[in-house]
Design a protein around this ligand. Structure first.
Ligand SMILES: NC(=O)c1ccc[n+]([C@@H]2O[C@H](COP(=O)([O-])OP(=O)(O)OC[C@H]3O[C@@H](n4cnc5c(N)ncnc54)[C@H](O)[C@@H]3O)[C@@H](O)[C@H]2O)c1
Ligand SMILES: O=C(O)C[C@H](O)C(=O)O
Length: 328
């Protein structure tokens, strides 16, 4: 018997990430080739944005995706999030050349307060929420705090793009296939302070750290390359990353919903106090996923270098959090 459709809301649906994301969701790449979806697409209630959204929906229609059971356009989060099972909060102002993420904080914070409240009021009580819009960790924290009737664990932030960027850099450095590298993780904030950690990584049973054996490369090349990759793409494209961001969102939601078979992935999740990260801080951690839930990878040893990096990214998140307290 075919599965009942699930409801997926995407905000910022007429934006550049939205354009790279919706067709993949509707084709089954996010929730599986046997899972019909109903797309509830949210854009600002502005004539131009709503018209652009209509155009994207016409294209979705023209793909004749068998899994696309229905779709609707919305300008109000209260209707867009009604009964939603999966919410991808993409809509926000992106960073332009020369801008830092913290410049976006106040511009975007209000969006996530309103959307958190709407999720609280009308979403499925099991809704899985991924925040992509920057600053993603703090926006996810704001949405979570604005939705007190939903479990905090239902709110996550996207660290997967950093995770995938780290994997590709490690594959290039070691000359090994990217798909064979395991146990990489990214700690902290989706920002240049994130700490991409390959101390536990293996490839074909070999330690990646031993293979590379170069702490200077780690500190001076690898970490800055992964951390500043977003800015490098803005510099090259004149626009922030879109296809790779959409790809990371698909990876994040697919793994959360369908599981990782024991593989580690990185997700921004509300801390339970582990690794000395204050409870509720929306922090990138290594996790595995099974049965529709993520589980933190616990009790990893943290050496002095790693602790210093984790402290730095935590301090940035605490500062961002302090900057939005008045909104919560
Ligand atoms: N976490 C990550 O790894 C990551 C990666 C890339 C981009 N991003 C972020 O994702 C966000 C979207 O990027 P983009 O390139 O698609 O931007 P974009 O400007 O192309 O599209 C954003 C869309 O969101 C819409 N929007 C704005 N406010 C909204 C609201 N309140 N409700 C609904 N829709 C709203 C806009 O009208 C626009 O169509 C940005 O914040 C960007 O910085 C995050
Ligand atoms: O860096 C940005 O502003 C966009 C995005 O977060 C990225 O990492 O590519």
């Amino acid at each position: 018997m075919s599965k009942a459709p699930v409801r997926v809301t995407v905000s910022g649906a007429a934006g550049q990430i939205g354009y790279a994301l919706l067709f993949r969701i509707a084709s089954g790449q996010m929730l599986g080739a046997d899972q019909p979806v109903i797309l509830q697409l949210l854009e600002i209630p502005d004539e131009k944005a709503q018209k652009a959204l209509k155009g994207v929906m016409m294209e979705l229609e023209d793909c004749a995706f068998p899994l696309l059971a229905d779709m609707s356009a919305h300008g109000d989060p209260m209707t867009a999030f009604k009964d939603v099972d999966y919410a991808l909060l993409v809509g926000a102002r992106p960073r332009g050349p020369g801008m830092e993420r913290r410049d976006l904080l106040s511009a975007n914070a209000q969006i996530f307060t309103a959307q958190g409240k709407a999720l609280n009021a009308v979403a499925s009580r099991a809704v899985k929420t991924l925040v992509v819009g920057n600053p993603a960790n703090t926006n996810a924290y704001i949405a979570m705090k604005s939705a007190p009737d939903l479990p905090a664990k239902n709110f996550t932030a996207m660290l997967r793009l950093d995770h995938n960027r780290a994997l590709s850099q490690l594959a290039a450095k070691t000359g090994k296939p990217v798909g064979e590298i395991e146990k990489v993780c990214v700690w902290g904030n989706h920002s240049p302070t994130m700490y991409a950690d390959y101390r536990f990584a293996t490839v074909g049973g070999q330690s990646v750290k031993d293979l590379i054996n170069d702490d200077v490369w780690n500190r001076d090349v690898f970490l800055p390359t992964v951390g500043k990759r977003g800015a490098a793409i803005i510099e090259a494209r004149g626009l922030s990353s879109a296809a790779s961001a959409a790809n990371a969102a698909i990876d994040h939601m697919r793994d959360w919903a369908l599981g990782t078979n024991g593989r580690w992935v990185s997700m921004g999740i509300p801390s339970d106090g582990s690794y000395g990260i204050p409870a509720e801080t929306m922090f990138g951690f290594p996790v595995t996923c099974a049965g529709g839930e993520y589980q933190l990878v616990r009790d990893l040893p943290i050496d002095a270098f790693s602790q210093e990096r984790i402290n730095k990214t935590l301090a940035e998140l605490e500062e961002e959090k302090a900057g939005v307290q008045h909104l919560l």
